[in-house]
Design a protein around this ligand. Structure first.
Ligand code: GDG
Length: 464
């Protein structure tokens, strides 16, 4: 069975599985066997040492440090201050700097040079996310002609927006070196298709195949899933009960409204706070009856826009609590820290309402985790942004909202809090079916099967 080589910026070595990508790729590699290549998380003043190899829980790792200049230009700069905002439709927040793009390209090339000698005939390479759009072409230029796939975890915006990146053409030429390019949703896939048809003279061959610059490639949506069984199990485990017992004194008989998001401007947290303020302004009868807990672990704190968001959330939650709180009630409990996964599962389970309202999001795994963790006899309601990738799959059960429409969100929260059990169950069952059927294993197998149609890879539970 061919080896799977996973490449992503951060690996999950050392147990740091707070991000969606980390959770998903660990499962894929642990089940299929293989090597995970990425940044060590360390920043060095001098030239990087090359590659460090080690093994953890059945997954082999190869990691390299970044120099300070690389960390600034490649990671904080081009990846997170150019690509991230543009891909999330926020051209207004993007910073375009030629020297940062040059460092991005250099780091992609350096990674390719480190990986190339470790590749063996028949290996299958699977590159993840926006940090490595050029890496596939670099590997081809270094003589790798084996199978190679790319999965983009974040949205792909319409060409008018993508083209605001001065180096858009080079990025897409980089992507065209892969055999399979995967997106989260059909909407993202369509945006990419429009770009290659209009800008690169690509030809549609049918059945998700395209001829781009003389090569036939597969371009398709593979909505990422979660390990639904695991979340259902965690939600009734010991740690879940500890989390529940810790929140109970504050909760009393109030209904728990929960939000769980990396502290990122794409997640729409300020708009959510504002909508909560509207709800409390209009529905005085809810005062003291609900408790909104927002878990928001800080993220990318060295990027200015993220520090600004922190200030905005501090200010907004303080204002809303000041306006509507009482001696025995705090409407918004905003916790800027992270909790263990099994704790989260316990909180999901007792939440009456989960707020997942990003302005744009590739998929959003929190929405799926919430669904998987519900009590079938008394499930909560999911309020979901129409701009989260998950909306394509969960529209049959979630209350879909426009995160910019504050009154609309307040109305949907009210509707959710009043929703009768039969409707809650009907909606939850529809969502739970999708979350279980299209889970993390389904996602991985669908992608890998397309990458190697003649030989299904990674479908065995035992490592190669
Ligand atoms: C990217 C895309 C796409 C959150 N707080 C804590 C914690 N988390 C976990 C959640 C969930 C993960 O982090 C977040 O995943 P999301 O999908 O919501 O968002 P991103 O981090 O932005 O992920 C996204 C994803 O990649 C996968 O393709 O869905 O659209 O942006 O699993 O539970 N985990 C722990 N403590 C926390 O406090 N342990």
């Amino acid at each position: 069975m061919p080896r799977l080589i996973g490449i992503s910026n951060r690996t999950a070595a050392g147990g740091s599985k707070a991000g969606g990508l980390a959770v998903a790729l660990w499962e894929a590699l642990a089940e299929s066997g293989g090597l995970w290549f990425g940044w060590s998380g360390e920043v060095t003043k001098t030239a990087p040492r090359g590659v460090e190899l080690f093994e953890e829980d059945g997954v082999e790792f190869a990691v390299t440090d970044l120099t300070e200049a690389e960390h600034q230009g490649f990671y904080l700069g081009y990846s997170n201050r150019s690509l991230w905002p543009v891909m999330h439709y926020r051209v207004d927040l993007a910073n375009f700097d030629e020297s940062e793009f040059a460092i991005y390209a250099e780091v992609n090339r350096r990674f390719a040079k480190l990986i190339r000698p470790r590749l063996q005939r028949d290996d299958v390479v699977w590159v993840h996310d926006y940090h490595f759009m050029l890496l596939g072409r670099d590997l081809r230029e270094l003589g790798w002609d084996g199978r190679m796939g790319y999965f983009l975890h974040i949205p792909f915006p319409p060409p008018e927006i993508f083209k605001s990146l001065p180096d858009h053409a080079r990025l897409v030429r980089g992507l065209a070196a892969f055999d399979v390019i995967g997106f989260q949703t059909t909407n993202d896939r369509r945006n990419f298709e429009k770009y290659i048809l209009e800008e690169m003279g690509a030809k549609a061959l049918g059945d998700c195949r395209y001829e781009v610059q003389g090569r036939a490639i597969t371009i398709k949506a593979y909505p990422i899933g979660i390990d639904a069984d695991e979340f259902a199990r965690l939600s009734v485990g010991d740690a879940a009960q500890v989390a529940q017992s810790r929140i109970k004194p504050f909760l009393g008989n109030r209904k728990l409204i929960l939000g769980v998001d990396r502290m990122d401007y794409s997640k729409g947290i300020p708009q959510r706070f504002e909508a909560m303020g509207r709800l409390l302004d209009h529905d005085r009868d809810l005062h003291g009856k609900i408790a909104y807990t927002q878990i928001a672990p800080p993220s990318r704190t060295k990027v200015e826009e993220y520090a600004d968001l922190r200030g905005e959330l501090d200010e907004l939650s303080g204002r809303i609590n000041g306006d509507y709180g009482d001696l025995d009630w705090i409407p918004i409990r905003y916790l800027a820290r992270s909790y263990p996964r099994d704790y989260l599962a316990g909180l999901y389970r007792i939440a009456s309402l989960c707020l997942v309202t990003p302005l744009h999001d590739g998929m959003n795994l929190v929405a799926k985790e919430f669904v998987a963790a519900q009590d079938p006899a008394n499930p909560g309601v999911l309020l979901l942004s129409q701009f989260a990738g998950a909306a394509e799959q969960l529209s049959g059960g979630a209350l879909l909202v426009n995160p910019h429409d504050l009154s609309g969100m307040a109305d949907a929260m009210r509707e959710a809090l009043r929703m009768a059990l039969p409707e809650r169950r009907r909606r939850w069952e529809a969502m739970n079916k999708v979350v279980n059927e299209q889970d993390i294993t389904w996602w991985r197998e669908s992608f890998i099967a397309d990458l190697s149609p003649d030989r299904p890879l990674g479908s065995s539970a035992s490592p190669a």
